[in-house]
Each structure stands twice: as structure tokens, then as C-alpha cells.
Design a protein around this ligand. Structure first.
Ligand SMILES: Cc1cc2nc3c(=O)[nH]c(=O)nc-3n(C[C@H](O)[C@H](O)[C@H](O)COP(=O)(O)O)c2cc1C
Length: 402
């Protein structure tokens, strides 16, 4: 755990049996040179005493919000302000629900609400609680706000069941803390435009031609770039997703709208990431009134024309030095196609995605992609889209630093 020395980590502990693992996490963070301020819910103190953490971190452990009033200025929010990262581990279903709704009725919730530092939440609970739609919704809310969720692992649980819900390993939580501390700021001062989702090409006022893009990849990239300190503009086709907080969002429908929106943002962009699935063709004519079946008969022919190539337009209009990244989703031979796209369009990098892999591609939370650039082909394993996004942002930071 390099990079921990001198960092101020607030470790928020809640009432789960998995708390015994957090004791070891606290010990390792202190050993790595971090200052670890533990704050516990009352529930957590039913499982382990504050004294345990106090002895390991050499700092008084905070539990009582109202006891802090005898401190000087705003003691109850001081920890959130001082924190370089706030880690809630283990996070109960109860605390996740409270954080999702912005509660501030104890010191853990108030600390999270009062901080502008990255927040990491490592859930631990019994499988049914984890899968309950209430928890699923609450976790999604936190994620959409930029909270980093360290997914629980699958295995035997304290309840005797086997399933997802075990607190992530100490190594994974520590890696997330390191990522939050080091990645943060890697793109600060940079402006990035990300496109996401499908485009819609209207046939008439009620029908359209579109594709299966969910927007998850583009939204994850926007969130990762924001976490790295970039000023992010998200140009998005219609999706079922909540745009990440702290990101300027421009909703669009057609490929033409998307091109106009990106070109308008281009003068200030240091980076453009084209993760949207832009339609290659659109209907030649869009009817102004709904086409009627009785007029069409038993067959309908839709004549389509090629859309303007957005990447070509961007490459022609970009400032010298603006990095442009393309995406190539293919059913087979994705890497070779990406290489061709890289050369023909003179892009800086293409993310190749073979959508025939059942664990990868449209709608999935995971992807198996390759980064294709002049440096060669870097094939990644199956990863969460959020992790692919983080690695892409790390690559961008590296390129911008060159
Ligand atoms: C033995 C025991 C183990 C528990 N383990 C968990 C757990 O792993 N995850 C969880 O969400 N709740 C667990 N609970 C329930 C929480 O402790 C309870 O919801 C409590 O109100 C949480 O409060 P807090 O989030 O403020 O700490 C457990 C309760 C008991 C009695």
C-alpha cells in the first residue's frame, strides 16, 4: 500500500458481523502510514468496542454526534472536511439506505454528507438483504452520485446461507482506497466530452430506428473522468440511466444532433470519448404524420441514407492535441476492425468490444475489451464496465502527461 503515507482516511464502521475484517483493514492502513480516523455507528459498537480501533489507530474513536458539540467549530462535520477519502466498511443495508436518502442523524451519516472527498462503500449483508429491490435501488442511487461501491463477494455467510453479501476482501477495499487517493486529480484542469447511449432515427412521430446500446460504458467513463478531476460533458442518447452527478449532460436523439452537440463542445475539449453507438443510417424521409397501416399495405419499405460520419467531422474540426477515442463494437474480429478504424480515422485510441461474448457488450455490466493504439493491442480480461472506465481514464491521464 504505497501512497498511503500521510493520507487522512476516515473509516466509518457500521453494525455488521463483518466488522472483524475492518479491524485488520485499519491495522494495515496505519502500518502503511495513513492517519486513520474511525467513526462508528452505535450498531457497530454492539459488535466491537471503540477501544479496539482506538488501540490500533492511536486516535480517539468517534461515536456520539452530540458529544462533539463541546469541540470548537462544527465538530460534527470536521471529520468529513478533513477526510481525503471516507470508507464505509462494512456498510449495512441500514446505513446504505440512510446514505442514499441523505440522512444526517448520526456521526457516520453526517460525515459522509459533509465530505467532498471520494466516498467508498463496502457493503456486507445477508444475500436476501443484498438482493432486495430496496437495497438494489439504494446502491444504484449511491453509485449514480459517484460513490464507489466495492461489490460484496459470493460465499458462505454468517447466516449459514451461501450467496453474494460477504464483505469484499481487505485487499480489494485497500486497492479501492489507493485508487481513490491516487487517481483523483489525474485529469484535473482537463475538459472531456463523452458520448453515450444509442441514437434514435425517426421514421415518423411515433417510430424510430435505433440500436441496443445501454449507455452504461459511456456513463461509467463520464463518472471515472469526473472522479479524476476532469470537467466532464456527457452527450447522451436516450438511456434508462441516471446521469452521474457533477457532469454537464446534453440529451440528444439523432446522429445529427449528436454531431452538432459534440462539435459545439469541441473548442474547449482536451479529450473526446465517442462511446455512443451512433446510427450509420437514417430514414431518407421522416414522415410528419404517423404512417398508417391501411396506406402501407402488407409490406413496408424503409429507404435509408448514410448519416454524416461524426468521427471524421471531429477529426477535421479538433484543435491540434485534442485526444480522440473511438469505440468499435463488432460481432467478431473486433480488434482487427478497431485497428483499421484507428488508422483510417487517425484516432488516438480505439476500444474494441466483441459483443458476441455473452458476458460482454450491450446492456451488460461487464465488458471484455481491448485498447488498440499505436502502442499495440492491450487485451483486458472481463471487467466491470466501471473498472474498464477507470483503466481508460488512467490511460488518458498517461497520454496527456506525455
Ligand atoms: C449478529 C448480527 C449481525 C448482523 N449483521 C449484519 C450485516 O452483516 N449486514 C447488515 O446490513 N445488517 C446486519 N445486522 C443488522 C444491523 O446490525 C442492524 O440493521 C442495525 O440497525 C445497523 O445499524 P447501523 O447501520 O447504524 O450500524 C446484524 C445484526 C445482528 C444482530
Amino acid at each position: 500500500m504505497d501512497g498511503m503515507r500521510g493520507r487522512f482516511v476516515v473509516l466509518a464502521v457500521t453494525g455488521s458481523i463483518a466488522v472483524y475484517k475492518t479491524i485488520e483493514l485499519a491495522r494495515r492502513l496505519v502500518q502503511a502510514g495513513a492517519t486513520v480516523q474511525v467513526v462508528m455507528t452505535k450498531g457497530a459498537t454492539e459488535f466491537v468496542t471503540p477501544l479496539t480501533f482506538q488501540a490500533l489507530t492511536y486516535r480517539p474513536v468517534e461515536v456520539e454526534m452530540f458529544a462533539m458539540q463541546d469541540e470548537r467549530a462544527a465538530g460534527h462535520v470536521a471529520m468529513g472536511r478533513q477526510a481525503e477519502v471516507v470508507v464505509v466498511a462494512p456498510a449495512t443495508a441500514h446505513v446504505i439506505a440512510r446514505l442514499a436518502h441523505g440522512f444526517s442523524d448520526d456521526l457516520v451519516a453526517t460525515t459522509v454528507l459533509a465530505t467532498s472527498a471520494p466516498v467508498i462503500v463496502a457493503p456486507a449483508m445477508e444475500t436476501h438483504m443484498w438482493r432486495n429491490p430496496a437495497t438494489v435501488e439504494n446502491v444504484a442511487r449511491l453509485r449514480a452520485r459517484g460513490v464507489r461501491i466495492v461489490e460484496p463477494e459470493t460465499g458462505p455467510l454468517a447466516s449459514g446461507d451461501v450467496g453474494p453479501g460477504r464483505l469484499a476482501s481487505i485487499e480489494r477495499i485497500a486497492a479501492e482506497i489507493e485508487a481513490a487517493l491516487s487517481v483523483s486529480g489525474a485529469l484535473s484542469g482537463k475538459s472531456i466530452v463523452v458520448t453515450a447511449g444509442p441514437t434514435l432515427e425517426a421514421i415518423d412521430p411515433v417510430r424510430y430506428v435505433s440500436n441496443r446500446s445501454s449507455g452504461k460504458m459511456g456513463y461509467a467513463i463520464a463518472a471515472a473522468a469526473r472522479d479524476a478531476g476532469a470537467e466532464v460533458t456527457l452527450v447522451t442518447g436516450p438511456t434508462a440511466l441516471t446521469p452521474p452527478a457533477g457532469v454537464r449532460t446534453f440529451p440528444i436523439e439523432s446522429a445529427d444532433d449528436l454531431k452538432d452537440a459534440v462539435l459545439a463542445q469541441l473548442p474547449r475539449a482536451d479529450v473526446v470519448v465517442m462511446a455512443a453507438a451512433v446510427a450509420d443510417y437514417r430514414p431518407i424521409e421522416t414522415a410528419t404524420k404517423k404512417l398508417k397501416k391501411k396506406d402501407l399495405g402488407s409490406e413496408m419499405t424503409l429507404r435509408m441514407t448514410e448519416n454524416p460520419d461524426v468521427l471524421t467531422a471531429i477529426m477535421a474540426a479538433r484543435r491540434p492535441g485534442t485526444i480522440v477515442i473511438g469505440f468499435k463494437a463488432e460481432t467478431g474480429e473486433a480488434t482487427a476492425e478497431a485497428g483499421r478504424m484507428l488508422r483510417e480515422k487517425k484516432l488516438d485510441l480505439v476500444v474494441a468490444n466483441d459483443v458476441t461474448d455473452p458476458r460482454s457488450g450491450f446492456g451488460s455490466d461487464e465488458d471484455r475489451v481491448a485498447f488498440v493504439s499505436a502502442d499495440g493491442v492491450e487485451q483486458l480480461p472481463v471487467l466491470a464496465k466501471t473498472e474498464v472506465a477507470r483503466r481508460l481514464v488512467a490511460k488518458l491521464a498517461e497520454r496527456l502527461a506525455r
